[in-house]
Design a binder for this molecule. Structure first.
Ligand code: ADP
Length: 272
């Protein structure tokens, strides 16, 4: 524990004295370290695509302007790196929004059925391109949650993005919801590469990747799961994962049911 103190003179009826105030600043120091680490990581992550863009642009400037196929090749690579840069910036903005004091969420009753249907539609083409079977089921008693609609959709999109990225051709992805003791669980399972046990605790950290090269190659920013965690917590829920290497993973997000308040009110009126 890190303590700072300051003393203040005070006057008492019985004479003068002083008061010493001890303040635990270890949490402040920890937050400052987290912030510094984030800035260092973010700068590094932003610099990588920028350096590549600069190198490709210089190569174009030095190459034969009539060699159209070669120019196209480098322009395509610039384009891909620019996409990576904008994905990173978008994810960083989403994270910053989650952490701000006024994230602008509209917390209300939201139907998981609608969100799941919209996200499945969005991912159908991607899944078909990799011959992945995509199945979704929303239970009647595990549909209405308390959340921001766009935030809840971002959670599912990020989990689906990972499931499609880290599952080899011909695999299976399933989405389902169920009522559990803690609330309503939204689960996404895949038959993908899985996550080594030693990394399970760390994958929700910003910029943490099990295999950095594979993640970058697949267009990952390393921020997807920390966004999922922050959003879930903003809505009073949580996220967890179980996984087996080379067999697959199951991500489970817990939301507060929208009848939570009603249930609590009913319970208290029954008590009254
Ligand atoms: P990324 O942009 O790298 O995918 P995420 O924060 O979304 O970043 O995920 C962090 C890391 O967790 C990934 O780099 C990957 O190693 C691992 N991971 C996430 N989802 C899965 C999954 N469904 N299957 C296997 N590994 C996963």
């Amino acid at each position: 524990r890190l303590l700072t103190y300051f003393s203040r003179p005070i006057s008492l009826a019985s004479g003068a004295g002083s008061i010493i105030v001890l303040r635990d600043v270890s949490e402040l120091r920890r937050l400052e370290n987290v912030r510094q680490e984030f800035v260092a990581n973010a700068s590094h992550e932003l610099k990588t695509p920028l350096t590549a863009i600069k190198a490709f642009a210089e190569t174009i400037l030095e190459s034969d302007p009539n060699d159209v196929p070669q120019l196209r090749h480098f322009l395509e690579r610039i384009n891909r790196q620019a996409d990576r840069l904008s994905a990173l910036i978008l994810d960083m903005l989403t994270l910053a929004r989650c952490e701000s004091h006024a994230p602008g969420f509209e917390i209300q009753s939201v139907s998981l059925r609608h969100i799941v249907a919209a996200c499945v539609d969005q991912f159908r083409e991607k899944a078909e391109g990799k011959s992945l079977a995509l199945r979704a089921e929303v239970a009647d008693d595990a549909d209405e949650i308390t959340a921001d609609a766009e935030g809840a959709a971002t959670i599912l999109r990020n989990l689906l993005e990972n499931a499609t990225k880290y599952t080899p051709e011909g695999g299976r992805i399933a989405i389902w919801t169920e009522r559990v003791d803690e609330g309503i669980a939204l689960q996404v399972s895949d038959t993908g590469v899985g996550i080594p046990e030693r990394d399970l605790d760390r994958i929700f950290e910003r910029f943490y990747r099990v295999d950095k090269a594979r993640s970058s190659e697949l267009g990952g920013t390393g921020l997807g799961l920390s966004i999922v965690k922050h959003l879930a917590q903003s809505f009073g829920g949580s996220v967890s994962v179980t996984s087996r290497l080379n067999e697959g993973s199951v991500f489970r997000v817990i939301f507060r049911p929208s009848d939570d308040g009603e249930m609590a009110a009913n319970a208290s009126s029954r008590r009254d």
